[in-house]
Structure formats: C-alpha cells, structure tokens
Design a protein around this ligand. Structure first.
Ligand code: MD3
Ligand code: FE
Length: 237
C-alpha cells in the first residue's frame, strides 16, 4: 500500500479536476463506504446529529479556543472586509488577506499555531468521513448581526476528493447550495444548531453560501449568533 488516499469518486461525479479515479471502477461495482455515505450528488444532512449537551460542551471548547486564537473579519483580495468573523483549529487554518486565500500553520494576528481541534469534532469525522486520517483544519465561522457569506466554491485544498464535514451551532442559518458552475440553479435549506452536513463527490465543488442567519433563534452561543465548524483535510496526506 502506498500513501493513503480517499476513495475514488463514483463515475457520476463530474468535476473540473481529478476526474480520473486512481483505481478503475465499473458502474456495477458496489460503492465504497465513503461513496455510500454520500448519497446522490454527495450532499448529506444529518439533522440534530449533535445532541444539546454535546452542543454546549462543543460551544465551550470553541470559546476556549477562540480566547487563544481570536476570531477576526478577514479582508478579501479585492479589499473588502468579510462580515463573518473567522478563526481556525488544527494544523492548518484558512486565511484571507489582500494577497489572496491560503492555508497556513499560524494565526495571522497572534503568530501562534492554531489551537487543537476539539475531540467531539474528531470523533464525528472518524464516524462519518474516515477513521484513519484525521482532519488537519477546522475553520470556525462566527456569524453575528447581519453577517452573511456570499456564494463561493471551496477550492484552496490540496485534494478535492476529501469530503468536507460541517457542524452548525446556535442561531439557524439559511444555507444556499448551488451547482458546480456559478449560474447553476440553487436552493436553500435551514441549518439549525446540532445539524451536520457532509459534502462529498460532486457536492464538494458546489457553489454555496449563507444568505442570512435568523437572530435570536437559539440561546446556545454567549452573546448570540451562529458558529459553523468546518472540518477538512486541507493539506496533502
Ligand atoms: C458546500 N461555510 O466555511 S457550512 C465555508 O455555514 C462555508 O459557515 C458555511 O461555506 C457556513 O467555506 C457553510 C456548509 C458547507 C461547508 C463547506 C462546503 C457547505 C459546503 C464545501 C463545499 C460545498
Ligand atoms: Fe465554503
């Protein structure tokens, strides 16, 4: 066995890159475990996957991490400042500034390594994505007030065949999921506290965003608002 790689994509998965699976697959082959977990086009929602007691524990762990690695509003290359506040946990963190987007191993304001990813999140990844390779990044998005996230694709990672796993905490969000091209039709869906979404296969490169957050819909987060915790394998395995 060589380097561990995620399972090859199913034949129905069409994306702009990496369309050739490393192992030839026949349409009649049974799906791998990972493909089976990612239904249809690769988007799967696990409503209320994280129970309330665990949501509280996870929120406390995230607040503790944010005391060391403060969330801030990143600047995007055009010069605009995002309305969402962000920080990261894990070996790598997603950052944006006037120069562009990238993953780096230090908080840009403190110069410190990012705090560890909370155990609850590592357990969820192990259960739903892969039990041998851990995520190396947890992007923490904090939505307060009128914060929103415009339609975008996540394509700063080394290998798009790794799924993305996202946990929502606090206020309910109106999430928009589109297709692989920006003009493709999109639809909206509510993400409530404790919901987990898995993005695999073709959904991994779908356009998506947060239209708005329903303020006051949850009391979980001290000071109000919504946290989204997005787990990824961002760097090479
Ligand atoms: C669909 N976060 O961090 S979470 C992001 O709620 C991001 O903060 C949103 O978009 C948030 O990049 C949405 C659900 C999510 C996360 C990653 C995805 C949906 C995705 C990657 C590909 C497609
Ligand atoms: Fe995204």
């Amino acid at each position: 066995m060589g380097t561990r790689r995620p399972a090859a994509r199913a034949a129905r998965d069409v994306g702009p890159r990496k369309m050739t699976p490393s192992t030839p697959r026949l349409a009649s082959d049974p799906p791998t475990a990972r493909e089976a977990r990612a239904d249809g086009a690769g988007f799967r929602l696990y409503p209320a996957k994280v129970e309330v007691a665990e949501q509280r524990e996870l929120t406390a762990a995230v607040m503790e991490g944010m005391a060391e690695a403060p969330a801030f509003r990143p600047t995007v290359p055009g010069g605009a400042v995002m309305s969402v506040e962000m920080t990261n946990f894990g070996a790598l963190g997603w950052v944006s500034d006037a120069h562009g987007y990238r993953y780096q191993d230090r908080h840009p304001l403190t110069g410190l390594p990012w705090p560890a990813i909370p155990q609850i999140l590592l357990r969820l990844w192990s259960e739903l994505v892969d039990d041998r390779v851990e995520p190396d990044c947890c992007l923490v998005n904090l939505y307060r007030g009128k914060a929103r996230l415009g339609l975008h694709q996540d394509r700063d990672e080394a290998d798009f065949s790794w799924p993305v796993l996202s946990v929502s905490l606090g206020d309910t969000a109106i999430f928009r999921l589109g297709g692989p091209v920006r003009r493709a039709p999109s639809s909206t869906l509510r993400l409530s506290s404790g919901d987990v979404c898995l993005l695999a296969g073709s959904a991994r490169l779908a356009h998506h965003g947060i239209d708005r957050v329903i303020g006051g819909s949850s009391q979980l987060i001290p000071g109000g608002g919504r946290l989204s915790l997005t787990l990824r394998r961002a760097g090479p395995v």
